[in-house]
Design a protein around this ligand. Structure first.
Ligand SMILES: *Cc1c(COP(=O)(O)O)cnc(C)c1O
Length: 249
């Protein structure tokens, strides 16, 4: 019942969580998750340098919704929780989402098919909730590595890098032509460019000194060309600033 634009598919839900953490949990404020929970959350947080705070579940291992009212950089919890199996009712899930409208709340539903109610429908009502599910548990297909997230189309769009790379490439090509680079229009995630005046080898070596790495092949016929991979907008701006200055000399 969801559109393609509302679904992100990844290599198991661990991968989906990783992409979601990198996309949405990149501020300075700590993300919140329960102290007793899925062991991968602190692993991803540490790997990506995301600050986090663990919220203590009560003696019955229940998540206390009020713990999630404080300012934070995002919220993630499994429902049902692992390894406890404790389920949070949908009104409590909604209450946590309501109290965190300016961050993303990830509801990890790895075990949802064993009896709990899914929060999927809440993604139509709130644009800050991501519901993550997997083929690994109820469908017994862990080896296939299929996990997915359902959410508002703007959230899902942010998790997909392909469109962003195309946008950056289109902008980058225009800017590069302005400073004297020639190249065929690219339909890949790189451009293959030559400068009208400055030899590719010189650009390559100077860029390397500036810790900017592009590819130079030094082979017959292409020894005046650089293959430049499209990175983030910020990376490409750094490269452009460098090239503007270097080719102006
Ligand atoms: C098993 C599990 C996952 C990840 O499973 P994948 O095989 O990567 O889809 C994610 N969250 C929880 C809570 C899990 O138990």
């Amino acid at each position: 019942g969801f559109n393609k634009e509302e679904v992100f598919v990844g290599v198991g839900s661990d991968d989906v969580l990783a992409v979601a953490f990198m996309t949405f949990f990149n501020g300075k404020k700590p993300i919140f998750f329960p102290d007793i929970t899925y062991s991968f959350y602190p692993v991803w947080a540490e790997l990506f340098g995301i600050p986090y705070e663990k919220k203590v579940v009560n003696a019955a291992f229940e998540i206390q919704k009020e713990d999630y009212y404080a300012e934070n950089g995002g919220v993630v919890f499994p429902n049902p929780n692992a390894p406890t199996g404790a389920f949070l009712s949908l009104d409590v899930v909604e209450d946590i989402i309501k109290h965190n409208q300016n961050v993303v709340v990830i509801v990890d539903e790895a075990y949802i098919d064993f009896g709990g109610d899914t929060a999927k429908e809440l993604t139509r009502k709130y644009d800050n909730v991501l519901v993550v599910q997997t083929y690994s548990k109820s469908r017994s297909l862990a080896g296939l590595r299929i996990g997915y997230a359902i959410g508002n189309k703007e959230l899902i769009k942010a998790m997909k890098t392909r469109k962003k790379i195309i946008e950056t490439r289109e902008w980058f090509q225009i800017e590069m032509r302005k400073i004297g680079f020639n190249f065929a229009d690219s339909k890949a995630n790189f451009i293959f460019a030559t400068h009208e005046r400055v030899p590719a080898k010189e650009i390559f070596e100077a860029a390397k000194k500036a810790k900017i790495y592009v590819r130079y092949f030094g082979q017959p016929r292409i020894d005046n060309y650089l293959r430049i991979t499209i990175g983030t907008r910020k990376e490409m701006e750094t490269l452009l600033d460098f090239l503007k200055e270097f080719t102006a000399q």
